[in-house]
Design a protein. Structure first.
Ligand code: SF4
Length: 613
């Protein structure tokens, strides 16, 4: 039997909040063996990250505290150690890598310094020995020229390189357990693939146990041996990965899996989960998924289902499988049709061209010296041609920095292009003055990735949606504007009583609906969606994708969908343009590009996408 490196038993981590005690983690148990990857999945707010912080003993004090349970590291309880002993374990026996490496690295120290600091804190090594280990680790994580990389500062590295440095720091002391909390969420798919295969190789070599926290089910499928599905502070299903994906039992797991977009779901609405995860201060009585569960039964909201081993190594907490609760428990996996009826989208794509972009160029000057002379140009967008038909969705895909967002903003004339032509509804708008452009501003809108930072926190929802109407539809009076605001709010699934609320009072998905309502209010014909669903949980993402698709179908609006998530493209787009280093390298219908890509870069990009068989 392999040794468990870490055993978590009935862990309970609570927070004192003005609204009462928040039971973020509430009775979680699992173990991870040497050389094994165990993954925790679930929507935001389910307690995954707090579980990770509890394991490494970094629960934010004074609000947070471990209210009960044990965390055993190689059989020794670490919850009740002194702070000094805990510090000896952190970074040495248990290491952690976070989602955003830039905020975890100290910008004023070289990366070499940051690695040897960790080594010398935990091991009796001279500076020279620590430096040798540091350079060796930089080499092992695949950074080029590790000797010179040692003297670099974090800001001079790319996102992928910074994440490699974080892994080098985390593994420098050969820890027993590596916690990776959304380690690749901020990275492109090709870099993500490299980072995950690096973690896999190092894990195999060092026999490290890995706790992988992610909301990406395909990543889990490809990288973890076992999975725990968390919901509202509890593990509701746990099984070896292949078993869980072949035979998901808990309605929540089934729903999560059904909401993943992809080619097989094209043309029909995605399954969604109604409602949101309840706040940790107000978990419902009985089953915490009651109220959102599509197969809820009489009594589910009264008695809490225990986590039972339904079949070998497959644990589930649901009354459907509880012999004590039902006379005859369900003997096969449930499938939930969900709220979305199996109707099909039939978007009204017309052959008529709405937008034509020819030879678009956006260059940024590189200035040097005392007089800031221009010594060259960064060619962010370098001769892009694209065409969008009326009522269609064109996806623009590619890695960060390839020029996708610059292209989108240049089309809307939010940044001035250096050259090329933008023809909208037959009119060349490339060099129109701001005044001449005004009628087109209402026709062309944008929805951003981060709905929170793109909504003014001091304005109420009604004011935010009305703002564009005031500027772009001066002919409307106050009453007409109010009616319009209410009708678009209803269109995107927000109720009228939310008019006087502020953005911070909404969930991420609701905030994105506000962003969509703001764009729709001025009756646009074309919307640029810049990574509009990238920051959302898969369940919320499904709701927003359904909404965008229904807007396309009902209103005939055309979209330029900028994204790096290819499963979203497969699901939503009619055509796709692949962008690389400022140029379009391949274009065509989605089915054709995904089934037989011709360009080398497109093939690399598609191969890097983790998939569930
Ligand atoms: Fe649904 Fe009831 Fe099972 Fe909870 S216990 S997941 S409400 S069927």
């Amino acid at each position: 039997m392999p040794e468990p490196v870490i055993e978590v038993r009935d862990l309970r981590t609570y927070f004192r909040t003005p609204g009462g005690i928040a039971r973020a983690v509430d009775g979680v148990s699992f173990s991870i063996n040497e050389g094994e990857t165990f993954s925790l999945v679930g929507e935001s707010g389910c307690g995954k990250s707090v579980t990770a912080l509890s394991v490494i003993q970094l629960v934010p004090v004074p609000a947070g505290f471990i209210a009960g349970g044990e965390v055993l590291l190689r059989g020794r309880d670490i919850v009740h150690l002194s702070e000094l002993e805990k510090r000896r374990i952190r970074g040495n026996k248990i290491s952690m890598i976070f989602q955003e490496p830039m905020t975890s690295l100290n910008p004023v120290f070289t990366i070499g310094n940051q690695i040897i600091e960790t080594i010398r804190l935990h091991q009796k090594k001279s500076t020279r020995e620590a430096k040798t280990i540091a350079i060796e680790m930089l080499r092992r994580v695949g950074l080029p020229e590790p000797e010179s990389m040692y003297y670099e500062y974090p800001h001079r590295l790319s996102g992928g390189q910074r994440q490699r440095v974080m892994i080098a720091i985390a593994l420098a002391c050969r820890p027993d357990l590596l916690i990776a909390d959304e380690p690749t969420t901020a990275l492109d798919v090709t870099i993500q693939k490299q980072i995950l295969s690096l973690i896999r190789d190092l894990k195999r070599e060092m026999r490290t146990a890995v706790l992988l926290i992610t909301h990406n089910l395909a990543l889990v499928y490809r990288n973890a041996e076992r999975v725990g599905v968390m919901y509202a502070g509890k593990i509701v299903e746990m099984a070896p990965t292949r078993i869980l994906f072949r035979n998901p039992m808990h309605p929540y797991t089934v729903k999560l899996m059904h909401s993943i977009p992809g080619m097989d779901k094209r043309g029909k609405p995605l399954d969604t989960i109604k409602g949101t995860v309840p706040p940790a201060t107000m978990f419902p009585e009985g089953c915490r998924f009651s109220g959102r569960c599509p197969v809820e039964m009489e009594g589910c909201s009264r008695a809490e289902p225990p986590l039972i081993e339904y079949e070998r190594d497959h644990l589930v907490a649901c009354h459907l499988y509880d012999r004590g609760f039902m006379d005859r428990p369900v003997s096969r996996p449930i499938t939930t049709g969900g709220e979305s009826a199996p109707m099909r989208w039939t978007p009204s794509v017309k052959e008529e061209i709405l937008l034509e972009v020819k030879g678009l160029r956006c260059y940024y000057p590189i200035r040097k010296g005392l007089f800031k002379r221009i010594v060259g140009y960064v060619k962010a967008v370098d001769g892009v041609d694209l065409t969008i038909k009326k009522g269609s969705i064109l996806a623009l895909v590619g890695e960060s920095g390839c020029g996708k967002t610059t292209t989108g903003k240049a089309i809307l004339r939010l940044i001035e292009p250096k050259g090329g032509r933008i023809v909208f509804k037959g009119r060349d708008i490339t060099s129109l003055s701001e005044g001449e452009l005004k009628p087109y501003r209402a026709c062309m809108q944008i929805i951003f990735q981060d709905p929170y930072s793109s909504l003014n926190p001091r304005m109420m929802v009604g004011e935010i949606i009305e703002e564009g109407l005031k500027t772009l539809r001066p002919e409307m009076d106050r009453k007409e504007r109010q009616e319009k605001v209410l009708s678009v709010m209803e269109r995107v699934g927000l109720s009228g009583d939310m008019l006087k609320r502020y953005p911070h009072e909404f969930s991420g998905g609701q905030r994105q609906r506000i962003g969509i309502a703001r764009a729709l209010a001025v009756d646009p014909e074309f919307i640029v969606c810049d990574e509009a669903v990238s920051a959302l949980d898969v369940s919320v993402q499904a709701q927003i994708l359904n909404l965008l698709k229904s807007i396309q179908k009902d209103s005939g609006i055309s979209f330029l969908f900028i994204t790096h998530d290819l499963s979203v493209v497969e699901y939503i787009a009619d055509e796709v343009c692949v962008m690389y280093k400022g140029k379009i390298v391949e274009r065509g219908g989605v089915e054709k590009i995904f089934s037989s890509p011709e360009d080398e870069y497109t093939r690399t990009l598609l191969e890097a996408v983790p998939r569930i068989d």
